[in-house]
Design a protein around this ligand. Structure first.
Ligand code: F0G
Length: 361
């Protein structure tokens, strides 16, 4: 196999290698990988108990990917194909995670990377990533949708490879998360929950579940349940949002590129899409950290806020097996974490007595 990836001691070789029979690659495709994928599926019983649910909840912890979000699954595929066709520059618009991932894979592939970010609306960790990986980082005075419009125009010049999820290879790579869920669970879930922004991931997961079912690798198809932030809920509200807002900046998107595919996934799977407020998102964000030790970014918690809403509304039959994508790691957004935690470090003098006093002994 013609791969530039050095052999590591780790058996897992990244999603393109591992799922190659389901992906558009040949033996001569030069795979660019950081050994992404193979993320944990963690059961979250404490959270379910805390919200009064009677289901089995499994979290697909995508924050442990190489750049700490699910985007790496799609990016290994998109950058691999960009290299295969001889591209020299990749570009994306991003709310921060796509750009971090594009920058990392482009660095590894020795491609120039240009990222367009909505100025001032990027979580700090994500901004640090694109700068550290050396991407040309452009802060656009506008929102994600405006940045994506510019990126589409750049793509039309034919000189630059767009690695947003309008690039079909991104969706191909991201569908591998569904394969892993079925393999890890030994079946497909009854419901799959995930946050929705540009709507690429819901499209990818649904494709993955359908392909695994068709290949007889799973025995059922889940219902897809997607959640948008209330201030950025174009699909739920049925119209583009000109000035989207939410604390979950990753999903601050007013006109999703994969809107139609998301609608199809919802319809075909007898799914459900709803919106959750920033207060609901932040409450779920804190709860999952406190109950089960899982630290995700606010956008990821949107689907947990959605689960709380569904449990309260009686939409989830007892005994259901639910999987949910925890799309990004909590460390990406230290500002929101510190604000939401609700307390600050307690400063004491450097003595045992002072510490004992704080403990309450
Ligand atoms: N969760 C996180 C942490 C994200 O970064 C994104 C999207 C989503 C959920 C929504 O996924 O767009 O496929 O519906 N982030 C993109 C970005 C837009 O630029 O990083 P989606």
């Amino acid at each position: 196999m013609n791969s530039i990836q050095p052999q590591s001691g780790n058996r897992w070789r990244g999603v393109v290698h591992e799922f190659r029979q389901y992906l558009p690659v040949t033996d001569s495709t030069p795979i660019i990988s950081l050994n992404e994928g193979n993320t944990q599926l963690v059961r979250a019983d404490n959270f379910v108990k805390a919200i009064g649910g009677e289901c089995e909840l499994w979290l697909k912890y995508e924050g442990i990917n190489p750049t700490c979000s699910f985007k790496d699954r799609g990016m290994t595929m998109a950058v691999t194909k960009a290299v295969e066709r001889g591209a020299q520059v990749v570009v994306c618009a991003s709310t921060g995670n796509t750009s971090a991932s594009a920058a990392a894979y482009a660095a590894r592939a020795k491609l120039k990377c240009v990222v367009l970010l909505p100025n001032g609306k990027i979580a700090l960790g994500k901004l640090a990533q694109s700068l550290m990986y050396g991407a040309t980082t452009i802060a656009v005075e506008g929102n994600f949708d405006e940045a994506l419009r510019i990126v589409r125009e750049l793509g039309e010049t034919g000189k630059i490879e767009v690695v947003n999820s309008i690039n079909p290879f991104r969706i191909e790579g991201q569908k591998t998360a569904s394969f892993e869920i079925c393999d890890q669970l030994g079946r497909a879930p009854d419901f799959h929950f995930l946050p929705v922004g540009n709507a690429g991931n819901i499209t990818a997961y649904w494709r993955g579940f359908k392909e695994y079912y068709a290949a007889k690798k799973s025995d059922r198809l889940p219902r897809m349940f997607g959640f948008q932030a209330a201030g950025s809920a174009p699909i739920v509200d049925g119209a583009p949002v000109a000035d989207p807002h939410t604390v979950a900046t990753a999903i601050r998107i007013g006109n999703p590129a994969s809107w139609q595919q998301a609608t199809a996934a919802l319809k075909e799977s007898k799914g459900h899409i709803d919106k959750v407020t920033d207060e609901e998102i932040l409450a779920a964000y804190k709860l999952i950290a406190r109950t089960d030790g899982i630290f995700v970014e606010p956008a990821s918690a949107a689907c947990l806020a959605g689960l709380i809403k569904c449990v309260k509304a009686g939409k989830i039959p007892a005994g259901s097996v639910i999987t949910a994508t925890m799309t990004g790691h909590g460390l990406k957004d230290p500002d929101n974490a510190i604000k939401t935690a609700g307390f600050e470090p307690i400063v004491v003098e450097a003595t045992k007595d002072a510490v004992m006093k704080v403990i309450g002994f």
